[in-house]
Design a protein around this ligand. Structure first.
Ligand SMILES: *Cc1c(COP(=O)(O)O)cnc(C)c1O
Length: 288
């Protein structure tokens, strides 16, 4: 598949209101591609290959109105010559994310929050398959086995071995699991959940990660998925001024905010060599 992506870079960053000696490093998946930034490309690439191998005529998936996943899918589908179908949670709206999706040819179907809840149920998926013959179905966020396989390529071993701790944001946990699966032996992982009550993911991840050098930090959801409180907003601005790196409000900013709080609370050893992962998703900042 001919989508040209750039190689992620690593840069030294500082966190606002910490001693500047206390640096950490950031793996910049946000620089991969202007339209399919961050971890979503890793989750999609093998799904795309598989859809093509199966001779599918379209790609169908699910997401919210600001979904980075649907945005990446719409672009990738267009590049691959496959039509795309997006099931969007909630009442019909138009925003810059969905505008891009539509411009790249995605057929948008808005469904109520109630209906959207069935998105993983067999009956519902069979019904969709009948409505859209030839569609290759991808779960929300690209969180299937092929998505996981792609996430194993995010962090090369020679890079991982230079750190004690890898930090990333957690939505479905696929990214964290994919990275963790490649780190045996290797550094520990700390995942920051971005929704309320992210604890349930512990069980999902235990089944996927074959070692115990990881844990979830669930305190920094900042009011819930997609919610942005004033402290986080200020943090994003200060972070940008310090580093000239833009972060997304839903994921990476919450992870970095959480890291900063933990360092301040001395919950993390100041001598740890930390690599934080910028998982991209900047297109969603157009909601700010
Ligand atoms: C989807 C997404 C995540 C979460 O990835 P999971 O694999 O679902 O945990 C993190 N960061 C960004 C920017 C995303 O778009």
């Amino acid at each position: 598949m001919a989508i040209e992506t750039r190689i992620p870079s690593v840069s030294r960053i500082q966190l606002p209101d910490l001693n500047p000696d206390y640096g950490l490093e950031l793996l910049r998946l946000d620089v991969l591609h202007p339209a399919i930034s961050g971890n979503k490309w890793y989750k999609l690439r093998y799904n795309l290959e598989e859809a093509i191998r199966q001779g599918a005529s379209s790609l169908l998936s699910f997401g919210g109105a600001w979904s980075n996943h649907l945005h990446a899918l719409a672009f990738a589908g267009q590049q691959a010559g496959l039509s795309t179908i997006g099931y969007v949670r909630g009442e019909a709206v138009m925003n810059p994310t969905l505008r891009d999706c539509a411009d790249w040819g995605m057929q948008l179907h808005f469904v109520s929050r109630e209906t959207y809840r069935h998105k993983q149920e067999v009956d519902f998926l069979q019904e969709l398959q009948q409505t859209h013959p030839g569609a290759y179905l991808i779960p929300e966020g690209g969180s299937n086995a092929l998505g996981l396989k792609g996430c194993r390529e995010i962090l090369p071993e020679n890079l991982a071995s230079q750190y004690d701790l890898i930090a990333c944001a957690v939505g479905t946990g696929t990214t964290l699991a994919g990275i963790a699966q490649t780190l045996e032996p290797g550094p520990s992982l700390l995942g920051f959940t971005v929704m309320k009550q992210g604890e349930y993911l512990n069980e999902t991840l235990q089944a996927l990660i074959p070692h115990a050098r990881w844990r979830l930090e669930t305190r920094f959801h900042g009011g819930g998925f997609g919610k942005i409180q004033a402290a986080l907003h200020d943090f994003m601005q200060e972070f940008y001024l310090l580093n000239q790196v833009e972060t997304d409000r839903v994921y990476t900013a919450k992870m970095l905010f959480g890291l900063r709080e933990m360092i301040r609370q001395e919950a993390l050893d100041p001598n740890l060599r930390i690599l934080a992962i910028h998982t991209g998703g900047l297109q969603g900042n157009r909601s700010l």
